[in-house]
Design a protein around this ligand. Structure first.
Ligand code: ADP
Ligand code: 5GP
Length: 209
């Protein structure tokens, strides 16, 4: 069987735990994580090319003009985008790809690639979301308010996704995502061709093994 990889798109409000879950998932599964480009400044400890490709606004706009993004969006006053290069090649090679992107970006990907698996990460409560954003210590009071207010609006978009995962503990959330991906890989519409191609082999095994 020559199955394509699965494109997994994780999104949800800021502070829901997407980055944390992604990191924990990558320790268990051989996903290819797409590194996004952004015009926001690096946070303490963030490395160019690893966490993001940090670009100037001019450079980012040049990349948009050259059609280099699978999707891009303006989030909290900065540009963020998924470089197009490699994503489809990696999927075609059979490896699973993960995108951790905002809701506008996820919906653009869904329009162009409906075969993706769209997972919305939810916080256990709005109070816990607020505590987590404060606890991360990465935002100014103003940016915290913007992210928190946006979260109320963003949660309505959960209905556009295939799956919702509540991030109560990171371990539980990772287990649920692993189960979702395992189930997706068994979906008949995803593997129909491969089953039909290998039908002779299956019948042979049933008759003679
Ligand atoms: P996002 O990428 O969605 O903006 P982060 O992964 O940065 O969110 O998580 C926001 C904060 O919440 C971080 O400080 C992180 O350590 C913490 N966090 C994430 N998941 C959990 C969890 N299940 N329980 C407690 N804290 C969490
Ligand atoms: P942060 O600044 O906290 O790293 O990210 C802010 C938001 O931008 C998060 O919701 C994150 O998922 C989103 N984001 C990160 N990379 C991309 C991307 O390539 N495209 C889009 N549309 N959003 C992204």
């Amino acid at each position: 069987m020559n199955e394509k990889g699965v494109l997994v798109v994780l999104s949800g409000p800021s502070g829901a735990g997407k980055g944390t879950i992604c990191k924990a998932l990558l320790e268990k599964e051989d996903f290819w994580l797409s590194v996004s480009a952004t015009t926001r400044s690096p946070r303490n400890g963030e490395i160019d090319g690893k966490n993001y490709f940090f670009l100037t606004k001019d450079k980012f706009e040049e990349e948009i003009a050259n059609n280099r993004f699978l999707e891009y969006a303006e989030v909290y006053g900065n540009y963020y985008g998924t470089p197009k290069e490699h994503v489809m090649e990696v999927i075609d090679s059979g490896r699973d790809v993960i995108l951790e992107i905002d809701i506008q970006g996820a919906l653009k990907v869904k329009e162009n690639y409906p075969g993706g698996v769209f997972i919305f990460i939810l916080p256990p409560s709005m109070e816990e979301l607020r505590n987590r954003i404060i606890g991360r210590g990465s935002e100014t009071p103003e940016s915290l308010m913007i992210r928190f207010k946006s979260a109320y609006h963003e949660i309505n978009y959960v209905s556009k996704y295939n799956y919702a995962v509540v991030n109560d503990t990171v371990e539980n959330a990772v287990k649920k995502i692993q189960s979702i991906v395992a189930a997706e890989k068994c979906r008949v519409d995803r593997i129909k061709e491969e089953i039909l191609d290998s039908k002779e082999g299956l019948i042979h095994e049933q008759l003679y093994d």
